[in-house]
Every structure is written in structure tokens, then in C-alpha cells.
Design a protein. Structure first.
Length: 81
């Protein structure tokens, strides 16, 4: 997803350990994990909604084919006078 390798992840962990300390690191990691999980859920739902809308639009015929020409009511009024 972010294309982070092992060494980059290890460096981030070491810096976080030095900055946050060993007591707060698990709490912060759990919070960040929750945010990442929520973000993935939102992206998954958005993708599903977009795919559903695309499928619905592909099934519907275009509106121009369903409707009669716009000048048809004018022709009928011309015929009746």
C-alpha cells in the first residue's frame, strides 16, 4: 500500500520508541492501527458504492432513447389547431 520496506519500518519504530517512550508506544500504535482500519473500511465502502453505481448506469438505457422527441407535443398541437 505505502511501499514501505522492512528497514524503513524498523527505523520508524525506533524513532517512535525514542520519541514516545516504551510506555506510550503500544497505546499510540493501537490508535494508529484503528485509524488505518477505519480508513481502509471507508475506502472499501466507497469502492463498493462506485462499482454499484457503475453497474446500475450500465444497465439503464440512456434517457434519450426512452423519451419521445421534444417536438412531438408541438406537432400534436399543430394538427389539432
Amino acid at each position: 500500500m505505502f511501499d514501505i520496506g522492512f528497514w524503513e519500518l524498523a527505523l520508524i519504530f525506533i524513532v517512535a520508541l525514542l520519541v514516545l517512550g516504551p510506555a506510550r508506544l503500544p497505546e499510540i500504535a493501537a490508535r494508529v492501527g484503528g485509524w488505518v482500519g477505519n480508513a481502509r473500511k471507508i475506502v472499501r465502502n466507497l469502492r463498493a458504492q462506485m462499482e454499484e453505481e457503475i453497474a446500475v448506469n450500465e444497465r439503464k438505457p440512456p434517457a434519450a432513447e426512452n423519451n419521445k422527441p421534444a417536438d412531438e407535443p408541438r406537432r400534436k398541437t399543430d394538427e389539432t389547431g
